[in-house]
Design a binder for this molecule. Structure first.
Ligand SMILES: O=c1ccn([C@H]2C[C@H](O)[C@@H](CO)O2)c(=O)[nH]1
Ligand SMILES: [Zn+2]
Length: 294
């Protein structure tokens, strides 16, 4: 079992521990459960969907990296496929506060990066901040996304974000998690650049059209990609580096062991990721950033 889960696992109810043991046993647990695994966990423990997601929160929170706040937030997103995806907040020592990833953003991005088409619900161990409510208002699940919090009745995003401002106010029809292909090609480079290009093609940037994608090569040699997720209110947008760091972290690797990175974006974009990507990577000890402009 990955060391980060040991304490949280020990605190789970015994029936859930034994149901999870075969899945968590190996180091390479991807911080998600397929719909088939979810059904098996439910039948082995007698928990329903909502209770299972709550019970898993300590494991999700164990993926948090919070050297600034020491405040460990965990989230579990449920896709319409029935899959469950963990999310956890990430703080970066030596970078700016704006580079922080919230647990809700992490879970949403995790589901999107693993190919989920839409979310049905999200369960969080603390109430989502205003920034996260706005971030989630970009999703193709709209205001119907169910939000489950400890000690509160289930409510929708619409309940948590009345009089909301969102994509429709800017006459945007493509929503976050909708499947897209922007059709960029001809990025010169190796497999890392190719994967960053593929992420760029699937990024969500309907406001600036400044599509971008990042690929990271970890110490293990694996490649993790991240797509840019723009937001109608601009500031809550999640940069492509953060999306890649979410997947790398949830896959069990350390953000401090990135060997090299590639950023693919348009030439002379309205919005560029380059400076922020370079600065945050530098704070993580990586100065090997290849910048490819389309
Ligand atoms: O909705 C929220 C509010 C805060 N945090 C994180 C961000 C930061 O890492 C820490 C303190 O704000 O908690 C979340 O993940 N979600
Ligand atoms: Zn938040």
């Amino acid at each position: 079992m990955h060391t980060r889960f040991i304490d949280a696992y020990a605190g789970l109810p015994a029936p859930l521990q034994s149901a999870l043991e075969p899945i968590l046993r190996h180091d390479d647990f991807p911080a998600m459960f397929t719909a088939a695994q979810v059904n098996q966990l439910k039948s082995q423990t007698g928990l329903d969907d909502a209770a299972l997601a709550f019970a898993l929160l300590p494991l999700a929170a164990a993926c948090s990296i919070a050297p600034i706040s020491n405040f460990y937030v965990g989230a579990v997103a449920r896709g319409v496929s029935g899959n469950l995806y963990f999310g956890a907040n990430m703080e970066f020592r030596g970078a700016s506060m704006q580079q922080t990833v919230h647990a809700e953003q992490s879970a949403v991005t995790h589901a999107w990066m693993r190919g989920e088409a839409q979310l049905a619900s999200i369960t969080v161990n603390y109430t989502p901040c205003g920034h996260c409510r706005q971030f989630m208002n970009e999703l193709n699940s709209g205001t119907e996304l169910a939000i489950h919090l400890p000690d509160r009745a289930v409510a929708t995003l619409g309940d948590y974000l009345p009089y909301s401002f969102g994509p429709r106010d800017l006459e945007i029809a493509t929503l976050l998690m909708d499947s897209v292909d922007h059709g960029y090609h001809d990025a010169e480079g190796d497999a890392l650049v190719e994967q960053a290009l593929s992420a760029c093609n699937q990024s969500h940037a309907p406001y600036s059209q400044s599509h971008s994608g990042v690929a990271l090569e970890s110490a293990s040699g694996k490649i993790y990609t991240g797509r840019y997720a723009e937001n109608a209110a601009f500031n809550p947008s999640l940069p492509p580096l953060q999306a890649a760091l979410v997947v790398l972290n949830l896959s069990g690797e350390s953000c401090l062991t990135i060997r090299r990175a590639a950023l693919v974006e348009k030439k002379d974009p309205l919005v560029s990721q380059f400076d922020a990507t370079r600065a945050t990577l530098k704070a993580l000890g990586c100065d090997q950033l290849q910048h490819v402009q389309l």
